[in-house]
Design a protein around this ligand. Structure first.
Ligand SMILES: Nc1ncnc2c1ncn2[C@@H]1O[C@H](COP(=O)(O)OP(=O)(O)OP(=O)(O)O)[C@@H](O)[C@H]1O
Length: 254
């Protein structure tokens, strides 16, 4: 079967500085991939090459076998949902209008958009009444849920998320992360999520891709990476979840 996302030797430089070394990655349909690595490693840049927000200098990105350069904007927006870092809801639009942005751009009629908005609010476990509120009248966790609903509005098969839970307290974060994984499974999505939280990546993802200085330095299952890796940067990253797990077992008296 054709992979949902293929990056074929994708390279990107800004003002002569290469921020993404030629990177290749194939992501089969249905996989949940976490993209981790230090600040400035190139994670957001790589994520944005997938939906065309960043145009690669070299190489090719293919979505379900088609080069993104051959796909028009509306097709990309329909196929790929994007949850922005810091959510990026429009403050002057209601929650419902925010969720309906892509369907509106795609020319859906008002009744279909309203029905879809209600369905999406149910899906992300928000009361339907919030549709008429402005984003400022929601909690941070609720705003993130709106961000996820907005990304899923046009029934994409691919969901990209850039640090979607970054600013949340740990209880809200865990609940939302669990819901995102549930939605991934329920809607048969292919998901790529950038996160700084390695424990979260280990708990949520089927596969973890580690980046450092514009390169992919590791790519394995959480279990595989926890078992050990020759690269010291990867090893250092994996120490945190290992320590947390060991400490939890100790406290639980196991
Ligand atoms: N539009 C841009 N113009 C110039 N440089 C950029 C631009 N976007 C990103 N960069 C640079 O590219 C490098 C990689 O940035 P990127 O945002 O992809 O990293 P990241 O791994 O997502 O980092 P973080 O975890 O801090 O968000 C950084 O050095 C950044 O300053």
């Amino acid at each position: 079967m054709t992979d949902a996302i293929v990056l074929d030797q994708v390279r990107k430089a800004y003002d002569g500085a290469t921020v993404l070394q030629p990177a290749s990655l194939s992501i089969p349909r249905g996989q949940f991939v976490a993209l981790v690595g230090g600040s400035g490693a190139g994670k957001t840049t790589l994520l944005k090459t997938i939906n065309g927000l960043v145009a690669p200098d070299d190489g090719q990105v293919r979505i379900d076998g088609a080069a993104t350069t051959d796909l028009d904007g509306p097709t990309l927006r329909r196929r790929i949902g994007y949850v922005f870092q810091e959510v990026g809801l429009f403050p002057h639009l209601s929650v419902g209008e925010n969720i309906g942005i892509v369907p509106t751009l795609l020319g859906w009629d008002a009744a279909t958009i309203a029905a879809r908005t209600a369905e999406l609010l149910d899906l992300v476990a928000l009361p339907r009444e919030v549709a008429v509120r402005r984003p400022a009248a929601l909690s941070g966790g609720q705003r993130q849920r709106v961000g996820v609903a907005r990304a899923l509005a046009a029934r994409p098969s691919i969901l990209l998320m850039d640090e979607p839970f970054g600013a949340l307290d740990s209880v809200t974060r865990t609940a939302l992360a669990d819901d995102v994984r549930r939605l991934h499974d329920q809607l048969s999505l292919t998901t790529v999520m950038v996160t700084h939280d390695i424990a979260e990546a280990v708990l949520l993802a089927d596969r973890i891709v580690v980046m450092s200085q514009g390169r992919v330095i590791a790519d394995d299952t959480p279990r595989g990476l926890l078992a050990g890796h020759p690269d010291p940067t990867v090893e250092a990253l994996m120490q945190a979840p290992r320590r947390q797990a060991a400490r939890m077992r100790e406290i639980a008296g196991e």
